[in-house]
Ligand binder design. Sequence first.
Ligand code: ZN
Length: 141
Amino acid sequence: MTPAAETLLRRAIELAVAARAAGNPPFGSLLAAPDGTVLAEDGNTSLTDNDITAHPELKLARWAAANLDPETAKQTTMYTSTQPCGMCAGALERSGLGRVVYALSGEQLNALKPGGGFQPVAQEGPALYDEAKAAVDGYYT
Ligand SMILES: [Zn+2]
């Protein structure tokens, strides 16, 4: 990792510390252009917003999709204090952002939690294929 990338990653960690000081879980992220210019940054606000989706990675993925053209998004890197969770990884796939650099891995984070990580919710399906397919037919052409 380059010294410039480490500086951006340290800023993401600072945002995590600030989120914690503000009463939220300790996570922070930023978006950087190829020249290192910070385009946007945010911290976790899931407690103060009473919103389980208020992770900085998800908020910045939404910001990128709404504010960056596809080519700029592809050139943009997210620096984040911790590896994006499954929810945020899904949003990142849809955001068009080109790359994520993280400090703490999800595995390392879960090792620091007394109960480990979140557990998956049971899912059931597929079912009612013809009816469900009719709603989608012709949409993706
Ligand atoms: Zn997340």
